[in-house]
Write a protein that binds this ligand. Sequence first.
Ligand code: AVI
Length: 326
Amino acid sequence: MAVHWNKTCKMNIDLANEIKDGLSSSPKTLPSKYFYDEKGSALFSAIMQLPEYYLTNAELEIFTSKSKILIENLNLKKENYFELIELGAGDGYKTIEFLKALTQEAFNFSYSPIDISYQALKQIEQTVLKVLPDIKLQLQQGDYFKTLQELKKSSQPKIVMFLGSNLGNMQDEIAHNFLKQLSFNLSIKDKLILGIDLKKNADIITPAYNDSQGITRDFNLNLLVRINKELEANFNIEQFEHTPSYDEKEGIAISSILSKSKQSVYIKAINQTFYFDKDEKIFTEISRKYDDYILQKICKNTGFHIIHKTTDKKSYFADYILEKKE
Ligand code: AVI
């Protein structure tokens, strides 16, 4: 991805503009895509290991025990080559289980993980090649939103993977547009394996976003630490609190940061002071939970149709197969 830096002071201009817009809006917001600096990525890796954050293990269980079922439902022919493309591949652990199953059954494919982080890609390369030294691997660094157009460059059949309930961090309308754009860049019969978290009781979801060790708190507040560092701001982190909530009716976990007092913060890179009331919230992320009805609604008029659904034993998480039909 092209990150725009101001050459004289090495400032990330996109970050500065989006932070300015977010803190100028009412209610205040900060974009969740900026969680993932080096510290934030390390914190997210730690979140994925937490007992409360059931999502990762639930999806790993699906790929460990049900990859064959997914493969059957993809209707692949062994003699036909295809490209397997993963958007936002992360650490790739779940995918390796799927790659192993495809290789065992002698399918003819290449694997292209796309991730914004070069480090993450190098890590995937190492892990995958250790287990599957003969795999055809092609790393692609970039923002997957921006690399969608690249898909059209090859006319080979494609299977795209978008796992980890990353779709859930988009508002429904944005998720719909994202699927539409993805489908537009694919061909008829291409497929999407979409991993999403399912609606369930608040008692299970709430701790996943408010763990007992406070790692999710640090992950959320790290956004302010990042703004302090990269935009020379003076957020007093002690004066802000991680305040997650779960709207059970809508099925949306909402992360926010609450200002503990009436205070002001100066951001030097923007040359602006922002004012916070006591108990005012800055919204940082939504994590949407789905059911078949919600997913169907989001898929409507995108060209994608749901053709299969596989869940973990507890039915906490699902991997759907969507096919491009129109
Ligand atoms: C990356 N994404 C799917 C995570 C989620 O569950 O929404 C991000 C996260 N935020 C707090 N904990 C994890």
